[in-house]
Design a protein around this ligand. Structure first.
Ligand code: 4NP
Length: 166
C-alpha cells in the first residue's frame, strides 16, 4: 500500500496490446462495481516496447466491447520504477513472470511478481493466459473468459490479505 492509500496493481503481458490492457479493464470494473475505486490504482505494461503509445489491438477491443469493456489504455513498456511503484505485478504467462523476476532489482521486488494463471479457477485446463495475437476470435474470447474468472479471485484475495474496505 502506497502513501496515497491505494493498492497498486500492474498487469503485464508481452506487447501490452491484448491481454494486459484487457485485464486492467476487467479488474477496474470489478473494483468500481464494489465501490472500491478510491482504494485501487490499476495499470498495465508490456515486456516489449514494439507497440508503445498504441491503443489495444482492434480485435481485443472488438471482443471486449460487448462485455462492456472499453479499452483505452495506451501501450507502454515496463520500467524499473514499476517495481517500486506497484504492490503487485501480475504476469500473464510463465515467460512474462520469468522476465519480470529477472528485471527485479531485489528479492522484495521479485516477490511482488505473481502469475495470473494461479488465480484461474473455472478453467482447469489453463494455468496461464495464452497469447491471442496469432489466434482467431476464440483466442480473444478465451482471454476474456480467463481474465474474468481470474480477476474475481485475485480481487478477493487482495481485499482479504490487505484488509481493504470502502
Ligand atoms: P499481448 O499480445 O502480449 O497479449 O499484448 C501480443 C501483442 C503483440 C505481440 C505479441 C503478443 N507482438 O509480438 O507484437
Amino acid at each position: 500500500m502506497t502513501e496515497t492509500g491505494k493498492y497498486n496493481v500492474l498487469f503485464i503481458c508481452l506487447g501490452n496490446i491484448c491481454r494486459s490492457p484487457a485485464a486492467q479493464a476487467v479488474l477496474q470494473r470489478m473494483v468500481d462495481e464494489r465501490g472500491l475505486s478510491e482504494r485501487f490504482f490499476i495499470d498495465s505494461a508490456g515486456i516489449g516496447g514494439w507497440h508503445i503509445g498504441d491503443l489495444p489491438d482492434k480485435r481485443m477491443r472488438v471482443h471486449a466491447r460487448p462485455r462492456g469493456y472499453e479499452l483505452t489504455h495506451r501501450a507502454r513498456k515496463v520500467q524499473y520504477a514499476d517495481f517500486e511503484d506497484f504492490d503487485l505485478i501480475v504476469g500473464m504467462d510463465a515467460s512474462n513472470v520469468d522476465d519480470l523476476r529477472s528485471l527485479a532489482a531485489t528479492i522484495e521486488q521479485q516477490d511482488k511478481v505473481v502469475m495470473m494463471g494461479d488465480y484461474i479457477r473455472q478453467y482447469p485446463n489453463y494455468d496461464y493466459v495464452p497469447d491471442p495475437y496469432y489466434e482467431g476470435s476464440e483466442g480473444f474470447e478465451l482471454v476474456l473468459d480467463l481474465l474474468e474468472d481470474a480477476c474475481d479471485n485475485l480481487l478477493n484475495q487482495i481485499i482479504k490479505q490487505n484488509n481493504i474496505t470502502k
